[in-house]
Write a protein that binds this ligand. Structure first.
Ligand code: CAA
Length: 382
C-alpha cells in the first residue's frame, strides 16, 4: 500500500485548504451560531467541482479516487464539520449511487445538475428503524407506470438544500430483499419536507424529516432493480463511512492544533502549560489517535481504489476515527480548562460536532458488528 500523496493530490489538498480557510474560516462559527450554512458556500464548492468528486469526468464530475475524496472532506471538516457532512453525504450517498446504479437516462437527467450545484440526499432511516435498517416501513406500491410511496423518513442530511432524495422503500414484502431505491425530486407531489432538527452539533447542516402521502413517483425513477435497494444502500454507505471517518479526522486535527497552540500560550507555574507533563501526555495521545485514524482511512480508501473488498476496512476507519474524534475533542477542551467550555473558543464547537459521528451512517455498535461478521465470514479462528 502506497501511503504517499501524489503531486496532484498535494495540489488539490492545498487548494481546498486555502479555499476553506480563506472563504469559510471566519464564517464557520457564525454558521454554527445561526444554524445555517448559506447556499453561497455550497455554490462555492460546486464552482470547483466538489459536488461531483467521485463521478467520472464524462458525466460532469472530477473523477477523483477515494483517497483524494477523503483528503478533501478532511480539509473541509478542519474548518466546518457541518459543511463537510453536506459534501460527504451529497457525494457518497446522494450523487454517486445514481452514477453507479443508474440507467443511462437517469444519469443523463440527474448527474449534470448534481455535479454542478444541485444537492442530493439519502433517506433510509425512519422513526422506528435506524440500526435495524431493513425493518423500514415506508411502502412503494407498483401502480402502472408509477410507484405510490407512503411513510416517513428521518435524519435526512441536507434537507432544505436538496434536489434529489435517494429513498428506500418496501416494494415486495418483508426483509432486506423487499426493499427498492427511488430517486425522488424535492417538488414531488405528496412529499412534505419537515422542519430542521434542533441539533446539539453540526449546526448549519440541515437535518429533516420526510413524509410521503400517496406520492406517485414515476417508475423510471426507481434506481436499480426491484428488491435490490437495500444492498445498493449498504454499498453506498460503505463508501460513505470512509467519508464520515475523514470528517472525524478533520475535526480532531483541528481540535489538536487548537489545544497545542493554546498549551504553548497559556502560562501556569511560571511557564507555558505545554511544558507540563500532564499536558504533554494529552498532546502525544491526541496526535497518536490522529495518525492512527489517518492510516486506517488511507487503507480503506486504497482498498476501494484498487477494487478490493473494503467493507471491513471502512467500518474500522469509521469506528476508530469517530471514537478518536470524541476523545480528542474532549481532551482539547480539558487542555483549555474553563475557556474550552465557552463558545469563544472553537474547541467547544468541535466537541459538539464530533459527537454525532459515532451515530450516523452506522453507529459504533453497527461498525463493530460489521467488522465481527466479516472476520467470522473469513474464517478467523476464535
Ligand atoms: N455492504 C454491501 N452489502 C451488504 C452489507 C454491506 N456493508 N451488509 C450487508 N449487505 C448485504 C448482505 O450481503 C445481504 O445480501 P444477500 O442476502 O444477497 O447476501 C443484504 O445486504 C442483507 O444483509 P443482512 O442480512 O446482513 O442485513 P441485516 O438486516 O442483518 O443488516 C446491518 C445488516 C449491517 C445491521 C445493516 O442494517 C446496517 O448497516 N445498519 C446500519 C444502517 C445505517 O448505517 N444507517 C445510517 C443511515 S444514513 C444516515 O445516517 C443519515 C445521513 O444522511 C448521514
Amino acid at each position: 500500500m502506497n501511503l504517499d500523496l501524489t503531486e496532484d493530490q498535494v495540489l488539490i489538498r492545498d487548494a481546498v485548504r486555502e479555499l476553506c480557510r480563506g472563504e469559510f474560516g471566519t464564517q464557520a462559527a457564525k454558521w454554527d451560531r445561526d444554524d445555517t450554512i448559506p447556499p453561497a458556500a455550497i455554490a462555492k464548492l460546486a464552482e470547483i467541482g466538489l459536488l461531483g468528486m467521485n463521478v467520472p469526468e464524462e458525466w460532469g464530475g472530477l473523477g477523483y479516487d477515494s483517497r483524494t475524496v477523503t483528503m478533501v472532506i478532511e480539509e473541509i471538516a478542519r474548518v466546518s464539520a457541518a459543511l463537510a457532512i453536506m459534501v460527504a453525504v451529497h457525494n457518497s450517498v446522494g450523487a454517486y449511487p445514481i452514477y453507479a446504479f443508474g440507467t443511462e437516462e437517469q444519469r443523463k437527467r440527474y448527474l449534470p445538475r448534481l455535479t454542478t450545484g444541485a444537492v442530493g440526499a439519502f433517506a433510509l432511516s425512519e422513526p422506528g428503524s435506524g440500526s435495524d435498517a431493513s425493518a423500514l416501513l415506508t411502502t412503494a406500491k407498483h401502480d402502472g407506470d408509477h410507484y405510490v410511496l407512503d411513510g416517513e423518513k428521518n435524519w435526512v442530511t441536507n434537507g432544505r438544500h436538496v434536489w434529489t432524495f435517494l429513498v428506500l422503500a418496501r416494494t415486495n414484502g418483508p426483509g432486506a430483499k423487499g426493499i427498492s431505491a427511488f430517486i425522488v425530486e424535492n417538488n414531488q407531489q405528496g412529499l412534505t419536507i419537515g422542519k430542521s432538527e434542533d441539533k446539539m452539533g453540526l449546526r448549519g447542516s440541515d437535518t429533516v424529516t420526510l413524509a410521503f402521502d400517496h406520492a406517485r413517483v414515476p417508475a423510471s425513477q426507481r434506481l436499480g432493480p426491484e428488491g435490490e435497494g437495500f444492498k445498493l444502500a449498504l454499498q453506498s454507505l460503505d463508501a460513505g463511512r470512509i467519508g464520515v471517518a475523514s470528517q472525524a479526522l478533520g475535526v480532531m486535527t483541528a481540535a489538536f492544533h487548537e489545544a497545542a497552540r493554546y498549551a504553548q500560550q497559556r502560562k501556569a507555574w511560571g511557564g507555558p502549560i505545554a511544558k507540563l507533563q500532564a499536558i504533554q501526555f494529552k498532546l502525544a495521545e491526541m496526535e497518536r489517535r490522529v495518525q492512527c485514524a489517518r492510516l486506517l482511512i488511507r487503507k480503506a480508501a486504497w482498498l476501494k481504489d484498487t477494487g478490493q473488498d473494503f467493507i471491513r476496512a471502512a467500518s474500522m476507519a469509521k469506528l476508530y476515527a469517530t471514537e478518536a474524534a470524541t476523545w480528542v475533542t474532549h481532551q482539547a477542551i480539558q487542555v483549555h480548562g474553563g475557556y474550552g467550555y465557552v463558545k469563544e473558543y472553537a474547541v467547544e464547537r468541535y466537541y459538539r460536532d464530533a459527537r454525532v459521528m459515532e451515530i450516523y451512517e452506522g453507529t459504533s455498535e453497527i461498525q463493530r458488528l460489521v467488522i465481527a461478521r466479516s472476520l467470522l465470514a473469513d474464517g478467523v479462528r476464535l
